[in-house]
Design a protein around this ligand. Sequence first.
Ligand code: NAD
Ligand code: UDP
Length: 359
Amino acid sequence: MQNNRVIGIIRRSIVPRKSPGRIYLEYIRLYLIYNKKVTQIKLGNYDMKTIVTGGAGFLGSHLCDLLLENGHEVICIDNLVTGDTRNIEHIDSDRFTYLQHDVTKPLYFGDRINYIFHLASPASPIDYLDLPIQTLKVGAIGTYNMLGLAKEQGARFLLASTSEVYGDPLVNPQPESYWGNVNPIGPRGVYDEAKRYAEAITMAYHRYHNMDTRIVRIFNTYGPRMRAGDGRVVPNFINQALRGEDITVYGDGKQTRSFCYVSDLVDGIYRLMMSDYAEPVNIGNPDEMSVLEFAKRVIEVTGSDSMVVFEELPVDDPKVRRPDISRAKEVLGWEPVVGLGDGLRETVGYFRKCQMNRA
Ligand code: NAD
Ligand code: UDP
């Protein structure tokens, strides 16, 4: 894998065919690049140039794999705040560029970008509780910067939003038409409101600037390359079970979640980007279960003799969550195909290998 963090050449001409205002902006841009205040990178000579922000994270790295399989040139942008270059070290392609960059800072490309998948954001509750300001900044300023880049490049833009925009929902399952029940000043508000703002600014760019945008509302997704210590229920339970430790169920374990395997999820995201649908679309697996039931499934699949213990429920933890995927079925012809048993076996295999490598 080559690290193409190149500050450099601007292919685009700064002369004529533009209004005096545009030329002035180009000069400012050149000044900023020259003074290393913004990053400019130069790409290869392929069609379908595609940016994935958050590309060294769990979902982003799987999306990079899928895009490369589908012939895209991929520019993976990440500041590694919760991601890891080990998630992309298997990629050996001259259509792949990794750029370490914080998307809350501006970024310019001399080449034409066709697609931007904006996934950068802390995603697990312990990450965003640990990084509240970064989470708000990447949802607000990061999304603004990436929309600006998409507008300048004429690129199609996809926002990775979340089921958390529904908060602690009073409607189950959640259709896209539900406006949600969010506590803006609770600890989870930094994530929920950042994503709600990100959706609002994406729709504003779509309506006001006529931009081609997509919004995916992702429900709990799991699979290989989740961070073992990211605190989410899937890596927690699997790693506890593999180590023979107690399985920590928060609250009484009656709260529900619906778990989607990562290959289904990235397939849905890709279909959405390639569709012509600008309204939000839920992507997730509607197979709903309680957290306690999920703990039992993990014990079964791992063959562990771990016991379940009950710990305090985090503040504002949603009591139910299940996607209504009628829209995804109708608009994208998408529905999940990987069952929980198969998905869990793959994920357990991954974490088992990680534990063996560490031992
Ligand atoms: P992750 O933490 O593995 O990946 C997020 C990536 O974004 C990391 O690599 C991180 O380093 C990067 N990042 C964060 N801030 C950045 C910044 N300012 N500049 C550049 N990179 C930055 O999490 P994930 O589960 O892969 O989530 C990816 C996206 O999907 C997030 O936007 C998240 O909100 C959304 N999502 C995920 C789930 C899920 O179940 N995995 C559910 C709902 C929404
Ligand atoms: N949870 C749990 N034990 C853990 C981690 C999480 O019982 O060790 C619960 C958590 O309280 C929530 C559900 O599992 O009800 C899913 O939590 P996760 O952090 O994966 O994501 P969320 O769906 O809350 O965003």
